[in-house]
Design a protein around this ligand. Structure first.
Ligand SMILES: NC(=O)C1=CN([C@@H]2O[C@H](COP(=O)(O)OP(=O)(O)OC[C@H]3O[C@@H](n4cnc5c(N)ncnc54)[C@H](O)[C@@H]3O)[C@@H](O)[C@H]2O)C=CC1
Ligand SMILES: CC(C)CC(=O)C(=O)O
Ligand SMILES: [Mg+2]
Length: 337
């Protein structure tokens, strides 16, 4: 079974990471005879400046026909591209692993956390209104159906890991919305795994205090956005944090981080988050097709990344090295063989 992937380079550090990583995508296709066709499409700030639209119809036409989307980060138009695609294609499960890499010194010790973020509701639904001059409202949407669905995803993930889930919410204040989210998670998870609940403010503190206490975190869209950045940084850097946005019909893979305009164009962005997102895409292809070639390619890519980290010679500054993006990608590419 083959797959068509719409490839978005994005903004800021996006193009420098994605364009240079294409050598790795091509090599994986070649070495493992992967029937993956990549079609580049434009989306993001630069696209909006060029065409007046961050996600033009031409791009959407390709995306509609593609099985998956692989993207670099976009900038200020992220809501018009990323959130739009998540809602359009009901990409309801945002899986965000925060995992230490071999050889990386980390003041937080060995970290291995999976944030399972509900990806279609909450404040990110885009229901914001101006009531009158200086008075605005944003509507938080939480439904039993979507909360139960993400709790099921967390259960499936936890059963493959340490069978431990903490549901993060703030139902002491948002009794109705977060109350429903917590109740839905409780109904699915309690009794099936080691289940607990934590208010989001305490969760943010506990992540720093004792990250080893966490295995799977299941949470709402907004809290999941914030906690996954925190968990990624605790694991070593935002530059090593990948993600998968999974739907039943389509899925999207991207780094957790954004366009990092502060370091764009300097050839120092860490490509790991993007490349580990490619790994998650290959995992999904394996899951859908049962074709072992995707598994072999994912393993080869991860082994190459881990090996570069273990040796510690070609790392970007965010993870304590002094190499360029180019050098790190070349090192990973040559480990694939
Ligand atoms: N899914 C997406 O496409 C996302 C897009 N964004 C957009 O990105 C833009 C910048 O957002 P920020 O809030 O500054 O967050 P950011 O994640 O781009 O940057 C935060 C910090 O992390 C560093 N960083 C991020 N990725 C890195 C990498 N690969 N290697 C080394 N250092 C890295 C940056 O240099 C910066 O200091 C905004 O326009 C925002 O809307 C933000 C998050 C997600
Ligand atoms: C679309 C994004 C800007 C929201 C975000 O930061 C994320 O999903 O990580
Ligand atoms: Mg974010």
């Amino acid at each position: 079974m083959g797959f068509v992937v719409a490839l978005i380079q994005g903004d800021g550090i996006g193009p420098e990471v994605v364009s240079k990583s294409k050598t790795i995508l091509a090599r994986l296709n070649e070495k493992f005879s992967l029937p993956i066709e990549y079609i580049e499409v434009e989306a993001g700030d630069t696209t909006k400046n060029k065409f007046g639209d961050a996600l033009p119809k031409d791009s959407l036409r390709v995306i509609e026909k593609a099985d998956m989307i692989l993207k670099g980060p976009v900038g200020e138009t992220a809501a018009d591209v990323v959130v739009k695609l998540r809602l359009m294609y009901d990409l309801y499960a945002n899986l965000r692993p925060a995992k230490s890499l071999p050889g990386l010194e980390n003041k937080f010790g060995d970290v291995d956390i999976l944030v399972v973020r509900e990806n279609t509701e909450d404040l990110y639904k885009g229901l914001e209104h101006v009531i009158s001059d200086g008075v605005t409202v944003g509507i938080k949407v939480i439904t039993r159906a979507a909360s139960t669905r993400i709790a099921q995803v967390a259960l499936n993930q936890a059963l493959r890991r340490k069978k431990k889930v903490v549901c993060v919410h703030k139902s002491n204040v948002m009794r109705i919305t977060d109350g429903l989210f917590a109740e839905s998670c409780r109904n699915v998870l309690k009794g099936k795994v080691e289940y607990s609940e934590m208010y989001v403010d305490a969760a943010a503190a506990n992540l720093v205090r004792n990250p080893q206490a966490f295995d799977v975190i299941v949470t709402e869209n907004t809290y999941g956005d914030i906690l996954s950045d925190e968990a990624g940084q605790i694991a070593g850097s935002l530059g090593i944090s990948p993600s998968a946005n999974i739907g039943d019909r389509k899925s999207l893979f991207e780094p957790v981080h954004g366009a990092a305009f502060d370091i764009a164009g300097k050839n120092i962005a860490n490509p790991t988050a993007f490349l580990l997102s490619v790994g998650m895409m290959l995992d999904r292809m394996q899951e859908l097709s049962g074709d072992i070639r995707y598994n072999n390619a994912a393993k080869s890519l991860r082994d190459a990344i881990y090996s570069v980290y273990s040796e510690g010679k070609y790392l970007t500054p965010d993870v304590g090295g002094s190499s360029t993006t180019d050098e790190m990608i070349s090192a990973i590419r040559s480990k694939i063989g």
